[in-house]
Write a protein that binds this ligand. Structure first.
Ligand SMILES: [Zn+2]
Length: 331
């Protein structure tokens, strides 16, 4: 771990520091009232061949160091307030995590603390009793190296041979998008059936328990709501949406002892994943702001119940910084 981290940061620092300085100054000129909100999910130790996009701890560390050195990391609640008042400082950036992964507490939080970066973790509360989310269950099943042939009768796909990591990832990519838009109970039933027909064991839990959510809040990380079961809200009746939204907020407030003022729409695409009814319910439930996954920055003119976010995927500090600035300049 030390090798990757030290190597990356020293190399980046020695060769591109002037670039970062220039980008920072440019951001100061063009970046007032323009908010970048970053989305992370998991931060992992080492690498996971089935989840190559998840940043490893070393990568996340240089991401946070870069934010600390050249941006103005700010809590999302404060940033939303600044946008309302039209006095958001230049180069402001917020760090968010979706779903409530245990590695947010174990791996990401200590790094956030090292660099004094505020963050918000949006938790889907239905997974704090030891179960994993349906997408992780699917990935873990297909990524089980013990299995070279998978029975997929529950998906009407017969049996499929898998060997390389690439073939396994491709199979996930083929199955996952269709399952995502199945009704959420049905989605779980299909995954249960897949585990059953393959005689597969569940992987160890990936999500935080109730006590761990409370601990993360005690450590100063904001906890936001992300529904109970992570459904596609738009596909539910209004009353079901209300339950998903209200119940997650109520449980998180009980666990943490703090008001939960932020909400993240599962999957997060307006029109396909949530709609005006959902936004109205979020407002009525007493949230102060909500975030989508529409790519872009947010300004005082952005609806504060549909703040834009984006996933940073650049594996190089220079590109990471340039892209953040370019997003700012496009608005
Ligand atoms: Zn999510």
């Amino acid at each position: 771990m030390a090798h990757g981290n030290t190597g990356t940061v020293v190399a980046a620092g020695s060769t591109v520091k002037p670039l970062h300085w220039l980008l920072k100054r440019t951001g100061e000129v063009v970046g007032g009232n323009k908010l970048s909100i970053l989305i992370y999910h998991q931060v992992i130790e080492g690498t996971d061949p089935m989840r190559p996009d998840n940043p490893a701890a070393d990568e996340f560390r240089w991401n946070m160091k870069l934010l600390r050195d050249y941006f103005n990391p700010i809590s999302l609640a404060k940033a939303a307030q600044h946008l309302r008042n039209r006095d958001l400082p230049a180069n402001s950036v917020c760090v968010t995590f979706d779903d409530g992964y245990l590695n947010n507490l174990q791996i990401a939080q200590p790094i956030l603390e090292t660099f004094s970066i505020p963050a918000t973790v949006f938790v889907a509360t239905g997974f704090c009793n030891g179960s994993n989310m349906w997408n992780d269950r699917l990935i873990d099943l297909i990524g089980n190296p013990q299995m070279t042939s998978l029975h997929l009768n529950a998906l009407d796909m017969g049996s499929v041979k898998v060997s390389s990591w690439e073939s396994r990832r491709k199979l996930v990519d083929k199955i996952l998008p269709g399952l995502k838009y199945q009704e959420y109970c049905q989605r779980e039933k299909i995954i249960d059936a897949l585990y059953l027909e393959n005689g597969a064991q569940e992987a160890s839990r990936k999500m935080m328990s109730q006590d761990e959510i409370a601990l993360l809040a005690q450590k100063g990380v904001d906890i936001g709501a992300h529904t109970v079961d992570h459904p596609i809200l738009k596909s539910l009746h209004a009353e079901e949406q209300r339950h998903q939204i209200e119940d997650s907020k109520a449980l998180l407030e009980k666990l943490t002892g703090f008001p939960v003022t932020g909400f993240a729409y599962p999957n997060g695409k307006p029109g396909s994943d949530y709609d005006a009814t959902t936004v109205q319910i979020v407002k009525e439930t007493g949230f102060e702001y909500a975030v989508s996954t529409t790519r872009g920055i947010s300004t005082p003119n952005t609806n504060r119940f549909e703040l834009n976010r984006f996933t940073p995927w650049d594996k190089n500090p220079g590109k990471f910084h340039v892209r953040m600035l370019r997003d700012t300049m496009e608005f």
